[in-house]
Ligand binder design. Structure first.
Ligand code: GLN
Length: 480
């Protein structure tokens, strides 16, 4: 069972099946694979009703996504539907409104079947920081799916939904897409509204699609992107019909091969897979150009000052007063704050709040926060220079294939290094995707393609052309 969004849309349009039938089928699959722990909540009745409404709307004439089932990462506020952000702090939080992404996808006719598991407040690379327990990788349940959008990635890889939303602050769409063998795109900063998206690090957070193929991601991105007056950083430019621009040939396309990304620290077998993928691009007429991003070596430390700094500020709102968790027993107001935050947040979130608060404190602001901002500029300048000589950049999305559950969660630094190739892209605000490029030891390998600002259409086309001549993206884990 490998129904893609493209295929479902065709079948629905041709009247070969109904959205209700597809949703019924997926609900059975979701139950059968509940051990993956990909979902935090599934509302079967609401999903069935949504499907029936979409079927009725389709008869009256509707868009390509009408009736297509999807899941939302549990970081997107959904009106009347519990939104936990993977945290005890919000375990019972029911938002009174929809995030713009949710609203737009509803308007496009997508049917939400559930909310997916995630690292707590999107902090993590393995989905092990979720209050609701780890997600398992469909390719090997003893391994992590990646994080923080691990529930969305596992759900798509296990064919529990044909597409899902995720968010990417430092790699949280691309790294789990890579580890689960699916396609995931982080749009340019500003392309998709952050309104109603629970904030982690606001200058880096960006929502995007995860699906089986670039063509499917194209449909989802067209539905979710666009200007929103409620997000001051959203960009007021038209949204292309991304699916309609697929299919251009790649003759003369200049692919930048980042020297630092094909170096020590990456599993050699992963690099072999990527080199073979690059040869496929050469066969299609692309030319490879050597480029360097010298400052990207500083991206992880830079990110781990800026992201926690922003997080410490964003997470100050969880104080037990307005909404969310409140400790049961306390002496006075200050004690209530302390107990609420001590009991409501998990260890990784507390670590980030402490790092961020320290970095922003009066005596250290210049030494850490300001310095990290300067580095951020240097990293962005590296990309600008590279893009003078090439059209896209290619390299690994992650230094290794999926690792074992528990292998890295006692060593934060080794966990943080998972995002060494994805983080620079967020710091520069650029679009990038990960797509399946092959396998090592039965586990998927993701290739990252990075584009110029707002060049999502080209990225999707470059991935699509690869997927027309390879079938890595169509492989399904054993038992699925
Ligand atoms: N793994 C990175 C972190 O823990 C990135 C997370 C993300 O993109 N949300 O911060």
């Amino acid at each position: 069972m490998t129904l893609t969004i493209t295929k479902i849309a065709e079948d629905l349009a041709a009247g070969r099946c109904s959205s209700r039938e597809i949703v019924d089928d997926l609900l059975v699959r979701i139950k059968a694979h509940s051990a993956l722990n990909a979902f935090i909540s599934v509302d079967e009745d609401a999903a069935r009703q949504g499907a029936e409404a979409a079927d009725r709307a389709r008869r009256a004439g509707a868009g390509v996504l009408a009736g297509v089932p999807i899941a939302h990462k549990d970081i997107f506020c959904t009106s009347g539907v519990k939104t936990t952000c993977g945290s005890r702090m919000l375990a019972d939080f029911v938002p009174p409104y929809d995030a713009t992404v949710v609203e737009k996808m509803k308007a496009a006719g997508c049917v939400m079947v559930g909310k997916t598991n995630m690292d707590e407040f999107a902090m993590g690379s393995s989905n092990e920081t979720s209050f609701f327990g780890p997600v398992r990788n469909p390719w090997d349940p003893q391994r992590v799916p990646g994080g923080s959008s691990g529930g969305s990635a596992a759900a798509v890889a296990a064919r529990l939904v044909p597409g899902a939303t995720g968010t990417d602050t430092g790699g949280s769409i691309r790294q789990p897409a890579a580890l689960c063998g699916i396609t995931g795109l982080k749009p340019s900063y500003g392309r998709v509204s952050r309104y109603g998206l629970i904030a982690f690090a606001s200058s880096l957070d960006q929502a995007g699609p995860l699906a089986q193929s670039a063509a499917d991601c194209a449909h989802l991105l067209s539905a979710m992107a666009g200007f929103d007056v409620r997000d001051a950083t959203s960009l007021d430019v038209p949204v292309p019909d991304y699916a309609a621009t697929l299919g251009k040939d790649l003759k003369g396309l200049r692919i930048g091969v980042v020297k630092e990304h094909f170096a020590q620290g990456v599993e050699p077998a992963v690099l072999d897979v990527l080199r073979e993928a690059l040869r496929e691009y050469e066969r299609q007429g692309a030319v490879l150009v050597d480029v360097s991003l010298p400052n990207s070596a500083h991206a992880v430390p830079c990110y781990y000052v800026l992201a926690p700094a922003e997080a410490s500020s964003n997470l100050a709102r969880y104080d037990g007063v307005r909404y969310g968790f409140r400790a049961a027993e306390y002496k006075d107001l200050e004690d209530m704050y302390k107990k609420t935050r001590s009991e409501g947040f998990g260890p990784e979130v507390k670590r980030r709040i402490m790092i961020g608060t320290y970095a922003l404190s009066a005596g250290y602001y210049d030494a850490y926060y300001l310095k990290a901002l300067k580095l951020r500029r240097l990293i962005a300048d590296d990309f600008a220079r590279a893009f003078e000589r090439c059209d896209v950049l290619a390299g690994p999305a992650s230094p290794s294939t999926a690792f074992a559950l528990g292998a890295k969660n006692t060593d934060p630094v080794s966990m943080y290094l998972n995002d060494i190739f994805t983080i620079p892209v967020n710091l520069a605000g650029l679009p990038a995707l990960s797509m399946p490029a092959g396998f090592v030891g039965g586990l998927p390998v993701g290739m990252q393609l990075i584009g110029r600002y707002l060049d999502e259409a080209r990225l999707l086309n470059v991935a699509h052309r690869f997927q027309e001549v390879t079938d890595w993206h169509a492989r399904v884990p054993a038992g699925i």
